[in-house]
Each structure stands twice: as structure tokens, then as C-alpha cells.
Ligand binder design. Structure first.
Ligand code: GNR
Ligand code: NI
Length: 167
């Protein structure tokens, strides 16, 4: 078990689309368990593999208060979306930044579990938001891309400045 380092915006590695998982087995089990440990430690309610510099279509989520409802989505795909809703979002790769984002309020997702078994899940509320946020990461997209140009450029300047100061 290991806590993995999380990449921060504007790291270009967060922009690379992730490849489908084709091998199910012990190595994948280990990656998924390291991702849960990293997410719980952060703490966060979701984590996508590109955030820990693994360009593979792996997502872990736990939106429960007790942190006892781990959900794993390998190669997730959204089959249906309905409605619109706004929610304040944050991202472990965009620290200390919270903005309102509009997304589908209900989705049906198809994915594989860690053993490769396919399943479908209808999601609403925070789970629907989180699944859409994580699938965006797999496609190299961040929640800041869904904000107005003005808000996005303010955030970009803040992080570019932080990066300059860190050099
Ligand atoms: O921990 C997280 N909280 C959160 C809150 C609102 C909408 C989305 C999220 S996901 C985020 C963790 C993260 O960055 N996942 O990629
Ligand atoms: Ni995120």
C-alpha cells in the first residue's frame, strides 16, 4: 500500500487522455488500492489515475461520510445523461479552488470492476457529479475548463504565479 503523489494544475500530464485498461489482475488491484489510500489520505471523494501520473482509465470514488463505500470504475462510459444541475466543485489537482460547475444531474454509467466484470449504475446528486468530474480527468479535462474564460484565466494566473514562486 502506498500514498501516491498528486499532480497539480497546470501540469501537462493532466492533459493527456488515458488509455483503456486491458489487463485485469494483481498489478491493477495494487494500483486501485494505492489510489484509494491516496484519495482517503488527501482527503477527497474521488481520484482518477491521471492525477497520480498513470495514464489509464481507472477511477476510485467514495462519497460516504464514513469512508466505507469504496467504488471502483475501470473504463467507465456514460450511456445516458438527463437534466442539468450546478454544484460547487473542487479538485485535488487544483488545490484551494472551488467554483460552481454545471453538469448532467442524472447519468447511467457502464464500467468494469477490478476483476473486469461489467456493471451499470444510475447516479444522481454528488455521485453523478463526481463520476462526471473523474471521467473528465480520463479525457485530460479539468473542471476549470468548464468555467467562464474570465474565471479560468484568473485561476490560471494564480497557479502560474504559485509555480514561479516555487521555482
Ligand atoms: O474531493 C473532491 N471533491 C469534489 C467535490 C465536488 C465535485 C467534485 C469533487 S472530486 C474531488 C477529488 C478530485 O479531484 N477528483 O478528481
Ligand atoms: Ni479532480
Amino acid at each position: 500500500m502506498a500514498v501516491l503523489p498528486i499532480l497539480h494544475y497546470p501540469d501537462p500530464r493532466l492533459r493527456k487522455p488515458a488509455a483503456p485498461v486491458t489487463q485485469f489482475g494483481a498489478a491493477l488491484q495494487r494500483v486501485v488500492s494505492d489510489m484509494f489510500e491516496t484519495m482517503y489520505k488527501a482527503p477527497g471523494i474521488g481520484l482518477a489515475a491521471p492525477q497520480v501520473n498513470l495514464a489509464q482509465r481507472i477511477v476510485v470514488i467514495d462519497i460516504s461520510r464514513e469512508c466505507d463505500e469504496p467504488r471502483t470504475f475501470i473504463n467507465p462510459e456514460i450511456l445516458e445523461r438527463q437534466g442539468k444541475d450546478v454544484m460547487e466543485e473542487g479538485c485535488l489537482s487544483v488545490p484551494d479552488t472551488y467554483e460552481t460547475v454545471e453538469r448532467a444531474s442524472w447519468i447511467k454509467v457502464r464500467a468494469q470492476d477490478v476483476d473486469g466484470q461489467f456493471f451499470e449504475l444510475a447516479c444522481e446528486g454528488l455521485l453523478a457529479v463526481c463520476v462526471q468530474h473523474e471521467i473528465d480527468h480520463l479525457d485530460g479535462k479539468l473542471f476549470v475548463d468548464r468555467l467562464s474564460t474570465l474565471k479560468r484565466s484568473r485561476i490560471r494566473r494564480k497557479f502560474e504565479k504559485a509555480q514561479r514562486l516555487a521555482l
